[in-house]
Design a binder for this molecule. Structure first.
Ligand code: NAD
Ligand code: IPM
Ligand code: MN
Length: 361
């Protein structure tokens, strides 16, 4: 019988390597249910291209309702060449993800980049640049250029143009900046706000709003404004200068892929997209569906496993199990297990096995 208070986790494996990495999460969750008193109701639904192929919709109403009625949602990855060329934009797998983020109002996307000691040599950057790295990008996720007016039309001259409008309201900036300042208070107390206030009015407005909020509510936190192109450069030059970076939807997308390589691989980066208190969080690895390695048992499942950890911490009321999971991942890496992206030959399954073994031991 379902207990009314039992948290509900909705799994959306999605496309490409999504089902493979979520498969490992399912095994970790099963281990915790058996050995660590994790009380969890787990449901699973097709999402993205997989859903489109089944139902003609990448996000069905039933799946959206299930997501909104869950305690947390964990997505694998969506998209792939199969749907790129021919599928209408609003039916594409990526549209399902944007629609889900918006409907869940999952506006604060936490993307931590942490360099595990055992992997300090896996980065393409020098060990001394990345060893000990621990930063977090807070990416605004439900507005900006992703959600502005967009289209491809024909001008009176007959020439065609494509456009996407960037925009932010004051409350959208304030609420994501608040999350960044609050996080910083629990860490090293430093926020870098990244925008392009030198060329974009929306960037100038972003800077004004963050400045005013800082003065009014967070004067104890160290705040630095950076132009986002400089932030991209600083991330490679001296990434350990960063504690919390707060930025918009598009810059956050790019800076987090860049930050992933500081840790060794994009296959390591988890994320949590948080909404207002009481609403379900959306958890997803930062990587995509990796069509080049999909279906081959080669993908690194750690980003997905660590995303589950973030769900345990932020939505499922078990931060202790997130701590245990992080320690287990560290221990597994210390034993030398490596998927191809971090320079080894182990499979997706073997990496999952190593984490479960480390949890048990
Ligand atoms: P990608 O992240 O899928 O892959 C980029 C590179 O990283 C590839 O070489 C891939 O093999 C590698 N990689 C990614 N995840 C890995 C993992 N866990 N283990 C080992 N290697 C890994 O980005 P892309 O190739 O630009 O995009 C492919 C598709 O994924 C596109 O359709 C895109 O829209 C989609 N995408 C989805 C998400 C998401 O669902 N959140 C994120 C990014 C891209
Ligand atoms: C990400 C992805 C998505 C984004 C795509 C798949 C819509 O790149 O989560 O980083 O651009 O937000
Ligand atoms: Mn991305």
């Amino acid at each position: 019988m379902t207990l009314p208070n039992r948290p509900r986790l909705l799994l959306l494996p999605g496309d490409g390597i999504g089902p493979e990495v979520i498969g490992e999460v399912r095994r970790v969750a099963a281990w915790m249910a058996e050995h660590a008193e994790l009380e969890l109701e787990i449901d699973e639904r097709a999402f993205g291209g997989a859903s489109y192929d089944l139902y003609g919709e990448p996000l069905t109403k039933e799946t959206l309702d299930a997501a909104l009625n869950s305690t947390a949602v964990l997505m694998g990855a969506v998209g792939g060449p199969k749907w790129d060329a021919t599928t209408a934009r609003d039916k594409r797998p990526e549209a399902a993800l944007l629609g889900l983020r918006k409907a869940m109002d999952a506006f604060a996307n936490l993307r931590p980049a942490l360099c595990f000691d055992a992997l300090a040599d896996a980065s393409t950057l020098k060990r001394e640049v990345v060893a000990g790295l621990d930063l977090i990008i807070v990416r605004e996720l439900t507005s900006g250029v992703y959600f502005g007016a967009k289209g491809i039309d024909t001008l009176p001259s007959g020439e065609k143009r494509g456009y996407d409008m960037q925009q932010y309201t004051q409350s959208e900036i304030e609420r994501v900046a608040r999350v960044a300042f609050e996080l910083a208070r629990g860490r090293r107390n430093k926020v870098v706000s990244a925008e392009k206030s030198n060329v974009m009015d929306s960037g100038l407005f972003w800077r004004q709003v963050v400045t005013a909020l800082h003065a009014a509510e967070y004067p104890d936190v160290q705040l630095e404004h950076q132009l986002a192109d400089n932030t991209a450069m600083q991330l490679v030059k001296n990434p350990k200068q960063f504690d919390v970076i707060v930025t918009d939807n598009l810059f956050g997308d790019m800076l987090s892929d860049e930050a992933s390589m500081l840790t060794g691989s994009i296959g390591l980066l988890p994320s949590a997209a948080l909404s207002t208190p009481g609403k379900p969080g959306l958890y997803e690895p930062v990587h995509g569906s990796a069509p080049d390695i999909a279906g081959k048992n080669l993908a690194n499942p750690l980003a997905a496993i660590l995303s589950f950890g973030m769900a345990l911490r932020w939505s499922l009321g078990r931060p202790d199990l997130d701590d245990r999971l992080n320690a287990a991942v560290k221990k597994a890496l210390d034993t030398g297990v490596r998927t191809g992206d971090i320079g080894g030959k182990n499979s997706t399954r073997e990496m999952g096995d190593a984490v479960i073994k480390a949890l048990a031991g």
